[in-house]
Design a protein around this ligand. Structure first.
Ligand code: SAH
Ligand code: SF4
Ligand code: F3S
Length: 456
């Protein structure tokens, strides 16, 4: 029997899919990369914007056709769109709303209840032989050992949920309250990874630098009172350099907890990269307040200045939302001017998408028109392109260390990322995949740079 997982959304979802894949393989399923020939199709969904949900509805239309050809095909949904673990055979009152709404769906499962996957599969297909899973009794799905997609790069979740409640954001509702994973467990996962050849680890969470500081974490008493648990964790993971770890990243931090100590740590830990991604969301204090971001433009600016001073050659990136409820032309101008001032090297620009269940959805009208959101997005994107190419040009003549991710047979080029998280392409060979190769940068493009190979 074959399985196929379609993942949408953030790195956390891709990591969750690795855990689901591990469970399915323990049940005897084999992975296929051909969606049409699968017996089990799982969507790992994202709700951050309407666009992501619409994509799932689009895919499900195709699946109606596939089900006609292959009546054995089972279709399940997990990730941020799901509220309940249930199946089409569950009692109506226990069913997730999506089961009632979407015909081709056989079951849904909350990702934090991934261990129940066997049970829901049995409910929709009685007689399906599902072996007793060792993990089934686990109280925490993060203890499922993932089937990692890469042998040299890994994303390790260190926290689930989010307690920040930014007014536009669905994550606290989709992912629940913020809880940090015990440090010993994270370190054990990282150690096994590095012993098996992993060179780059990304520690992940929605509020990653608040690791060990949520209400739940404090009540648990597991994360100490004095030292910042996130700093301790970074120091501990860095020690894995003795076993072969080369790079340590984290995503996404929140400005509220971005301390000077954390900035300075970047120069003290050998593996911690010189790239910081720090979402700003808006460049206007009134909008930031309305978004419940809990910082001002000046507070963000102070962090940026400190980062520039401590990590002068590093890269600095962000996330921005345009067209939030009530955002005036003048307030948007504030964001544009802040972009011109800070010159982020890269940014993810989003148009505000109202999400049912959030504060902004209930409290304010989505009153910036589609056209105006698009215009603001394009204005900002122009500044972004300019800043991105300027940063890439500053790399010309420098030798960057690239962790090679792929090889393109047609062009004969390898592609990977530098410590600054810049995509580098250079002439190479397929044996370089998974290796750290030095490349001297010769050309800057908007979203990547070209280089010559120097050596391993
Ligand atoms: N925890 C991270 C980001 C998580 S979501 C943080 O606090 O920054 C990733 C990005 O999606 C956000 O940074 C934001 O820019 C965008 N986003 C979240 N909700 C959105 C919404 N309702 N409409 C448009 N963009 C949104
Ligand atoms: Fe969403 Fe804000 Fe939490 Fe980020 S910090 S996940 S934007 S609520
Ligand atoms: Fe999307 Fe959920 Fe991540 S809403 S961005 S998949 S946490």
């Amino acid at each position: 029997m074959k399985y196929y997982i379609q993942t949408l959304g953030c790195a956390m979802n891709y990591s969750d899919s690795e855990r689901v894949a591990a469970l399915l393989e323990k049940m005897g399923y084999d992975r296929t990369s051909v969606a049409e020939e699968t017996d089990l199709y799982i969507f790992n969904t994202c709700s951050i914007r309407q666009k992501g949900e619409d994509r799932v509805f689009g895919y499900l239309k195709n699946i109606i056709e596939w089900k006609k050809k292959n009546p054995r095909l089972l279709v399940g949904l997990t990730g941020c769109m799901v509220r309940r673990t249930s199946s089409k055979n569950s009692e109506k009152k226990d069913q997730d709303e999506l089961i009632k709404k979407l015909k081709p769906l056989d079951f849904t499962f909350r990702i934090t209840e991934a261990q129940k996957l066997g049970e829901v599969l049995e409910e929709v297909r009685p007689g399906l032989e599902i072996p007793e899973l060792k993990e089934a009794g686990l109280s925490d799905y993060l203890r499922i050992r993932p089937k990692y997609t890469s042998s040299f790069q890994a994303y390790v979740p260190i926290q689930i949920g989010c307690d920040k409640y930014c007014t536009y954001c669905i994550v606290p509702y989709a992912r629940g309250r913020e809880k940090s994973r015990p440090m010993e467990e994270i370190l054990a996962e990282c150690k096994t990874l590095v012993e098996n050849g992993c060179k780059e680890i990304t520690l992940g969470g929605q509020n990653v630098n608040a690791y060990g500081k949520s209400v739940f974490d404090k009540q648990s008493g597991k994360f100490g009172q004095n030292e910042d648990p996130f700093i301790t964790l970074l120091r501990e993971v860095d020690k894995l350099k003795a076993l072969g770890l080369k790079r340590l990243r984290f995503t996404s931090p929140h400005p509220r907890h971005f301390t000077d100590e954390l900035i300075e740590l970047h120069t003290q830990l050998e593996t911690l990269v010189n790239h910081i991604h720090l979402p700003v969301q808006a460049g206007d204090d009134a909008i930031l307040k309305k978004m419940n971001r809990q910082y001002t433009v000046d507070e963000y600016r102070r962090i940026w200045k400190k980062i520039k001073k401590v990590l002068p050659g590093g890269s600095f990136t962000t996330d921005i939302i345009v067209g939030f409820c009530g955002e005036t032309e003048q307030q948007f101008e504030g964001t544009r001017r802040l972009y011109e001032e800070i010159e982020w090297d890269m940014a993810y620009l989003a148009r505000y998408s109202p999400r049912r269940g959030t504060t902004s959805f209930a409290a304010w009208e989505d009153d910036v028109s589609r056209e105006e959101k698009a215009r603001r997005w394009h204005v900002l994107n122009e500044v972004l392109e300019r800043c991105s190419i300027r940063y890439n040009e500053s790399l010309i003549g420098k030798t960057l260390e690239v962790l090679v991710e792929k090889y393109n047979e047609e062009t004969g080029e390898c592609e990977g990322k530098s410590r600054e998280n810049i995509v580098v392409q250079f002439p190479g060979n397929p044996d370089m995949i998974g290796e750290l190769v030095e490349s001297k940068i010769t050309k800057a493009l908007t979203w990547s740079v070209k280089g010559a190979e120097v050596g391993i």
